[in-house]
Design a protein around this ligand. Structure first.
Ligand code: BTN
Length: 265
């Protein structure tokens, strides 16, 4: 059974609420249930473990106790055409939160669109899902998982956790920093031209800028990662010199491909 209790290291910002559970299938699933039941957004859902955590592109997200699992529900945060910017907003907020929690600076680099890497290994992931509610509003859920004390092995990418990196940081500490950084970044994003500041912050942390990468989506494209466009999409320069914008896919650094079964992060 889920024991709902109030978080209490520091009070949440006005308008924000936090639900905490010991075990849920997926905090994203629960966030959508709240939206369908009429929640107006500004709600964090946290769980100590998930029994059916979801990752990007239909994968599983291994979710044992000790790591951090949280979802933030937003309802109509910005016009729909701007929602694709949100994964980058969340990635920058999360990277800053991990720095604050771990007492470091620039620990994680960002892999497009929103994976956090430390020395090439995945420390955390973000899953953005959206659903139009019966009244026409858009529910957007930012689901965030951070490997604090353990990480899965044998997946598509190498993974790592904070403890293995030498940082003793609890899920509570990461979450406490995350909800603050997220509020600040969302506020910045909501300003006129707010995404430009987020885009710059993202590029400052980019893992593969200037490097040759392969993006595997509906097709495979290889080129040099030269920029993010003004909506946060990846711009690759192909060997022909032509620039191509990539809207979705998995990024691999050329020569560092890791093979594994789909279904693991
Ligand atoms: C990824 O594949 O990189 C994204 C992983 C996102 C996992 C988080 S954990 C909290 C939230 N609930 C889920 O079921 N998934 C997200």
């Amino acid at each position: 059974m889920n024991d709902q209790k109030t978080e209490n290291p520091a009070p949440p910002a006005p308008g924000l609420r936090i639900e905490r559970h010991s075990s849920v299938s997926s905090t994203n699933t629960l966030a959508f249930a709240r939206a369908r039941a009429g929640d107006r957004g500004g709600l964090w859902i946290r769980a100590d473990e998930q029994t059916a955590g979801r990752g990007r592109l239909g994968r599983n997200w291994t979710s044992p106790v000790g790591n951090m699992f949280a979802s933030f529900l937003l309802v109509d945060p910005q016009p729909r055409e701007r929602i694709a910017e949100l994964p980058l907003v969340a990635a920058v907020a999360l990277a800053d939160a991990i720095d604050k929690a771990a007492g470091t600076f620039g620990l994680a680099r960002l892999k497009w669109p929103n994976d956090l890497l430390v020395e090439g290994a995945k420390l955390s992931g973000i899953l953005l899902e959206a659903e139009t509610l019966p009244d026409g509003r858009l529910a957007v859920v930012l689901g965030i998982g951070v490997n604090c004390v353990s990480h899965p092995q044998g997946g598509l990418y190498p993974c790592v956790d904070l403890r293995a990196l030498g940082y003793r940081v609890s899920a509570d500490q990461v979450f406490d920093c995350l909800r603050r950084e997220m509020s600040e970044r969302l506020e910045q994003w909501a300003q006129p031209d707010g995404f430009e500041a987020v885009r710059k912050a993202w590029l400052n942390r980019a893992a593969h800028l200037g490097k040759r990468i392969t993006v595997k989506g509906t097709r495979e494209v290889t080129g040099t990662f030269v920029d993010l466009d003004n909506r946060g999409y990846l711009v690759l320069e192909l060997e022909t010199g032509v620039r191509e914008t990539i809207y979705a896919g998995d990024v691999f650094l050329l020569g560092f491909e890791h093979k594994g079964s789909p279904g693991t992060p």
